[in-house]
Design a protein around this ligand. Structure first.
Ligand code: PLP
Length: 376
């Protein structure tokens, strides 16, 4: 049997590079509660990402939930069905009603016109996602938010390091949330962060992620435990040293896919506009009607060869039992998202993916497209 090829894999630096960090933790006995590695990682990430205020979390979902708490969002929030389910779950955990709006067929992000059409007197905020690291139409969303007095929280789980016109996409909106889960390009095993725009808001977020404690005896509100521990933070610092290698290998792999697959009939690649940088966190392709076989047949073909390409995002969030009863979840309200969700397939991409394995993946696509003899 061929070795298993996942859709992604964390970059794990040599273990002996991590041991000195662990020794420091063992010496200091500081394992969590905002230790030295936590402080260093916040500072290093601010510099790397080009932002001013960041709060680290134990995972991205708790960061999303806490961001909504920090902004005191209630009522209805307009969001995309084409995302990982945690985006909408974070609203649900805050007692907020999600309102799904359709996506743009090119960017696969929330369509600003559809956002505007979904606004009601109960709307308080917009929760867009920079899907696959492709920036949303942040200027148009800002205009809508200003016009209607809405807050904006970006789920930037895919957008680590992405810039638009030279500016970090994390600076747009009231807050942005990152995920450092093992499947993301920068990881701390599990982890996440909130990026906000001023020091006062950061303090509030920091209190909320620590049960609401301001000092030993003062609790400002119903906080949660969302703290990142020292092992996670230390690993993040080490991982940052390897980001150049991670980014370069991902770019090389994406370029090879692009060269091999760009002219295959019925296959649509995902174009990112030139005003923004790419982080190559995913390599999505759309298997359209002109392709000889359906998306799921290609997916099964990969599975049979022990390759796990992923149908991100299928099913749509709006199709899960918790949400499908919502009026905005009707398929007729989300025709573009429904179509793309049925077509999309993310091909494996991660630094350790070697050229030979990538060729096998490419050959499977070309063979099913009838453009190449089946490799054995
Ligand atoms: C990964 C991801 C999350 C959740 O992050 P965790 O760190 O796994 O909790 C949220 N939204 C999107 C779009 C994601 O891809």
């Amino acid at each position: 049997m061929d070795t298993f090829i996942p859709v992604t894999q964390p970059h794990l630096p040599p273990l002996d590079e991590f041991l000195p960090y662990l020794e420091k933790i063992w010496e200091s006995k500081l394992v969590t509660n905002g230790g030295p590695f936590h402080a260093q990682l916040e500072q290093s990430l601010c510099e790397y990402l080009g932002v001013e205020h960041i709060s680290l979390f134990s995972n991205g979902t708790l960061a999303l939930i806490t961001a909504l708490q920090a902004m005191k969002i209630t009522g209805e929030v307009i969001t995309t069905p084409f995302s990982f389910v945690a985006t909408t779950h974070a609203l649900h955990w805050n007692g907020i009603r999600p309102v799904f709006a359709d996506i743009d067929p090119v960017s696969m992000n929330l369509d600003p016109e559809k956002i505007e059409a979904a606004i009601t007197p109960q709307t308080t905020a917009i929760l867009p996602v920079h899907v696959y690291g492709n920036p949303c139409e942040v200027e148009a969303i800002e205009r809508i938010a200003d016009t209607y007095g809405l807050r904006v929280l970006y789920d930037a789980a895919h957008a680590f390091g992405v810039r638009k016109n030279g500016r970090s996409v994390l600076e747009f909106g009231d807050m942005s949330v990152l995920s450092f889960h093992g499947t993301k390009i920068f990881n701390t095993f599990e982890g996440g962060a909130i990026i906000c725009q001023d020091a006062k808001t950061k303090r509030r977020i920091d209190n909320l992620k620590n049960f609401g404690f301001v000092d030993e005896v003062t609790v400002i509100g119903p906080g949660i435990n969302g703290k990142m521990n020292e092992v996670q933070a230390a690993f993040g610092l080490l991982q940052l040293k390897h980001m150049e290698h991670i980014a370069a290998s991902r770019a090389r792999i994406a370029e090879r896919y692009r060269a091999a697959l760009q002219n295959v009939r019925g296959l649509m690649l995902h174009d990112i506009p030139s005003h923004s940088t790419r982080n190559h966190s995913y390599f999505p392709v759309r298997i359209t009607q002109e392709f000889p076989i359906p998306r799921d047949t290609l997916y099964d073909e990969f599975r049979a060869q022990n390759i796990l390409a992923r149908r991100y995002f299928y099913p749509l969030i709006s199709e899960f039992p918790t949400y499908r009863g919502l009026q905005s979840a009707a398929r007729s309200n989300l025709p573009v998202a429904v179509e793309i969700s049925r077509q999309v397939l993310c091909l494996p991409i991660y630094p350790a993916l070697d050229a030979q394995t990538q060729d096998r993946i490419i050959d499977i696509v070309l063979a099913t497209a009838g453009l190449k003899q089946h490799a054995s």
